[in-house]
Design a protein around this ligand. Structure first.
Ligand code: GDP
Ligand code: MG
Length: 616
């Protein structure tokens, strides 16, 4: 840029970012060689005394920020913030660097910039419009009731804009020269603009007073008012009367938005309330955005005594010096009311109103130096907007990255809980299944015990009756059978009641001629009956008990499964939505990173383009 600066405020964040990127990114193939060259040039100089061209540092910043954003490490984000902080003041430096250029170079730079923007992918029409619209935009700004509207009226020599004791201007009023004086209301909701009689301006431009409620509906949708002025305004000048900056937040924001697009600013202050906290902030903000054509009109001097005027002059000189304020050059003491009064009577504004001096100054800066003012301002605005875009998109991408991280963390936490729960459930399932199996087995064993004992007894009986002699069968076997039976019953059912010793009955066979087999059958049936009589109740009772225990275990298993469904279901569903959320966040992050990378590239390219155009 032909303008050098000390790099000290930027050197340490640059070094840190550069060091951070060294291993991962610098070696990577797509790293543009000139970025390394630029950075090495910056870093190779001593921060104390050596200077580097501004655009070089800015291009390095843009490049580094872009790279940091694409880096996933958390440090990259901190460094991004640091670089952002470090480069905050550069727009002012840029404005001064540009102001030092000869006019033909500035013109060349504008054309080069326009060409560059036309080549960029994406629609840069809004930015290019800034380079094509040759109007010089002058914003008249300040807190409410500083006499902004009155001052414009005084300069025009007529009561055109409404003024009031209460805050009056609610929407920006754009004044420009035209064949006749008229006003066009532009609506915010897409309604067609409407030309209204200039006398009715107050109805559209003013803040509603409690009495005028019917106007509210109309005014809420008014975005701005475009006013053609037949006399008193040089062509190519767009003067904007703004709502107060300390007003209702919506209107104040509108005013600030307009200010960002202003090529020159007339800051209206009040001599009797010089530079309140927020006024100082607004001036500082303008200055740091690189706005340089600031004229300070210190109004309301008509109410001051001679010695008070002296004090005001001294204070103005001291307070406004950091913002290019030079007494009687860019800082002018005026009485808008006095000037307006004289002019309304057809008289010239008196010297004491300060208006002639203010006019002379405006004539110089806004008319004679307008070309330079406009060119510097538009180049600065284009770069400023590209820089703002880089920051906004970068911050957006960082926030989305954060979002991806937090949804992923939540996803993992829930997935982990589900995994653990799965383990616990599996173990519990196994245990219940084992328990149920065991209970089933118990029933089987229980039945088997009775059956096998009976089978053993029956075999024993059969063996005996076939082996022993018939007399033994006739005389002894009944006793023998009785003992065997009691023993078998006691084996399967030790606490049997009534006691079989007393109550067990085996009948005597009916006929003497019965053969061995028939006797066997007879005693078997007798034994079977008594066996059943003594063992069935206990066998069945125990069987029922075991069945009930099994049923209870099965019920418990069902209960477990159901309760699991209720806790597992929502968790699994949450996991699914989180998965979708994480995917959406990742998509937003990717889009953000792409947009930001492209914004970084555009800014970097614009700065390099500026540097080239101004060096040739
Ligand atoms: N005494 C005096 N009053 C003024 C001066 N300039 C404006 N006023 C009054 O201050 C009030 C607010 O003025 P206005 O132009 O509406 O202020 P704005 O809100 O900044 O546009 C009106 O009543 C004006 O008449 C001035 O230089 N001296
Ligand atoms: Mg006003």
């Amino acid at each position: 840029l032909g303008y050098n600066l000390l790099v000290s405020p930027w050197i340490s964040p640059l070094t840190r970012a550069f060091d951070f990127l060294q291993p991962s990114a610098i070696a990577a193939a797509p790293y543009a060689p000139h970025e390394s060259a630029v950075l090495l040039e910056v870093l190779g100089r001593s921060p104390e005394k050596e200077a580097v061209p501004l655009a070089t540092v800015l291009a390095a910043l843009a490049a580094l920020r872009g790279r940091l954003l694409r880096n996933e490490a958390p440090e990259a984000e901190r460094l991004w913030e640091e670089l952002r902080e470090a480069s905050l003041g550069w727009r002012g430096n840029l404005a001064e660097a540009l102001a030092a250029q000869p006019l033909p170079r500035l013109e060349q730079a504008l054309q080069g910039m326009d060409y560059y923007l036309a080549q960029r992918q994406g629609d840069e029409t809004a930015l290019r419009e800034l380079l094509h619209d040759r109007n010089l935009v002058v914003a008249v700004a300040g807190d409410f009731k500083r006499g902004k509207s009155t001052l414009i009226n005084a300069l025009l020599g007529r009561r055109l804009l409404p003024t009031r004791v209460a805050p009056a201007t609610a929407v920006p009023c754009l004044l420009h020269a035209g064949p006749e004086t008229s006003a066009t209301v532009v609506y915010a909701n897409g309604r067609a603009p409407e030309t209204v009689p200039i006398e009715d301006l107050e109805r559209y431009a003013c803040i509603v007073l409690p009495s005028g409620e019917d106007d509210l509906a109309v005014r809420a949708e008014v975005e701005r008012i475009s006013i053609q002025v037949a006399e008193g305004l040089p062509p190519g000048l767009m003067v904007i009367d703004l709502p107060g900056l300390n007003e209702e937040p919506g209107r104040a924001e509108t005013a600030r938005e307009v200010l960002r697009g202003a090529d020159a600013v007339v800051a209206v202050l009040a001599a009797n309330q010089l530079l309140a906290e927020n006024e100082l902030q607004f001036v500082e903000a303008l200055w740091s955005q690189g706005c340089r054509g600031i004229t300070f009109a210190v109004n309301f001097i008509d109410g001051l005594e001679e010695h008070e005027v002296r004090t005001v002059r001294e204070r103005c000189a001291a307070l406004l010096r950091p913002f290019g304020g030079v007494l009687d050059e860019t800082v002018l003491l005026v009485s808008a009311r006095q000037g307006l009064r004289a002019r309304l009577q057809g008289l010239p504004a008196p010297e004491s109103s300060g208006l002639p001096a203010l006019e002379a100054h405006l004539q110089q800066t806004l008319v004679r130096d307008r070309e330079r003012l406009w060119q510097v301002s538009r180049l600065r605005q284009v770069i400023g907007r590209l820089d703002a875009r880089e920051e906004v998109t970068g911050t957006y991408a960082i926030l989305r990255r954060e979002e991806v991280r937090s949804t992923q963390a939540r996803y993992e936490a829930i997935a982990d809980r589900l995994k653990k729960a799965h383990h616990i459930y599996a173990e519990a399932d196994l245990a219940t299944a084992q328990d149920i199996g065991m209970r089933r087995q118990r029933i089987v064993d229980h039945e088997a015990l009775f059956e096998s004992r009976w089978a053993a007894l029956a075999t024993e009986i059969t063996d005996h009756y076939r082996r022993e002699s018939l007399p033994w069968i006739w005389q002894k076997s009944r006793e023998w059978l009785r003992d065997e039976l009691i023993q078998a019953i006691r084996e399967v059912h030790p606490q049997v009641t009534p006691r079989p010793e007393g109550y067990l009955r085996i009948s005597v066979p009916p006929g003497l001629r019965l053969g061995r087999e028939t006797l066997l059958q007879f005693y078997l049936e007798e034994a079977a009956r008594e066996w059943k009589r003594f063992t069935d109740p206990s066998r069945e009772g125990r069987h029922r008990e075991l069945e009930e225990a099994l049923a209870e275990a099965e019920r418990e298993q069902r209960r477990l499964r159901e309760s699991r469904e209720t806790s597992w279901g929502p968790l699994a569903a949450r996991l699914e939505t989180l998965q979708a959320e994480a995917a959406a966040a990742a998509a937003a992050r990717d889009a953000g990173v792409t947009a930001s990378a492209s914004a970084s590239e555009t800014l970097q390219g614009a700065l390099l383009c500026l540097q080239r155009m101004l060096q040739t």
